[in-house]
Design a binder for this molecule. Structure first.
Ligand SMILES: N[C@@H](CCC(=O)N[C@@H](CS)C(=O)NCC(=O)O)C(=O)O
Length: 236
């Protein structure tokens, strides 16, 4: 696989006491939060395309946000956002395509129109997928989230020329990986439910995604995730 991967030291968070970076000085910056699954998508794409030198990570402490982030960078006040060519672009799925269209490196979308069409379908489902799963945490989780994981299992049968959604690794895998990572850990810990049981394609997909070098350094600490999700979704 044509992945160029450079191991890097992660910069520390900027918080309400931090000065802004020299904005719009020609540097390309990815404003991020290491624990955010949306920002993680763009981080993976940046790594996969080998853009560690071209795109600087600027982690924003979302719990103690610098005022200048909303005022001078991104009025939405969310991460991820990308500072590039004197403008700010937001929305993780938009950014995956933006990186692919505007930067060098391995392509995140194959040329095959059938695969591109399927990519759109799968990207359109990501919000529904997340909503079904997050909502399930409040009820009979394993049962209520089943249809969402079944959707992935079925989708993974579509192209047989590789273990990923479009056969080869693409932005569709990047869109789902941060969320599946979190859901797998949380279901196993709280409900002792293995989301891959009876879903062999999903099991292989997770194994293969875990081998992607660009993804590895973006993975969160499972213990911190469990703690944060228990507090947020189960009030514990
Ligand atoms: N639809 C956005 C969602 C981004 C998002 O919700 N990011 C969260 C962190 S995981 C955030 O910045 N939250 C801050 C806030 O809502 O104030 C995307 O895909 O980029």
């Amino acid at each position: 696989m044509a992945t160029r991967y450079v191991k890097e030291d992660l910069p520390p968070y900027l918080d309400s006491t931090s000065e802004p970076p020299p904005l719009f000085d020609g540097t390309t910056r990815l404003y991020t939060y290491y624990q955010c699954p949306f920002a993680q998508r763009v981080w993976i794409a940046r790594n996969y395309k080998g853009l560690q030198d071209e795109i600087k990570l600027v982690p924003i402490d979302l719990k103690n946000r610098p005022a200048w982030y909303k005022e001078k960078v991104y009025p939405e006040n969310k991460v991820p956002s990308l500072e590039h060519n004197n403008k700010i672009i937001g929305e993780s799925l938009v950014l995956l395509k933006y990186l692919d269209d505007n930067f060098e490196g391995p392509k995140l979308l194959p040329n095959d129109p059938l695969k591109q069409q399927f990519a759109e379908e799968l990207l359109a489902y990501t919000d529904t997928f997340n909503k079904i799963v997050y909502t399930s945490f409040k009820g009979d989780a394993a049962k209520e989230a089943g249809s969402a994981f079944d959707y992935l299992e079925t989708a993974l049968h579509k192209f047989e020329d590789g273990p990923f959604f479009l056969g080869q690794f693409s932005l569709v895998d990047i869109a789902y990986a941060p969320f599946v990572e979190r859901f797998q850990i949380f279901f196993q810990d709280v409900w002792k439910y293995d989301i891959t049981a009876g879903r062999p394609k999903l099991a292989t997909w997770i194994e293969e995604v875990n081998k992607i070098d660009a993804y590895k350094p973006t993975k969160g600490d499972p213990e911190l995730l469990i703690q944060a999700y228990k507090q947020r979704f189960l009030g514990q």
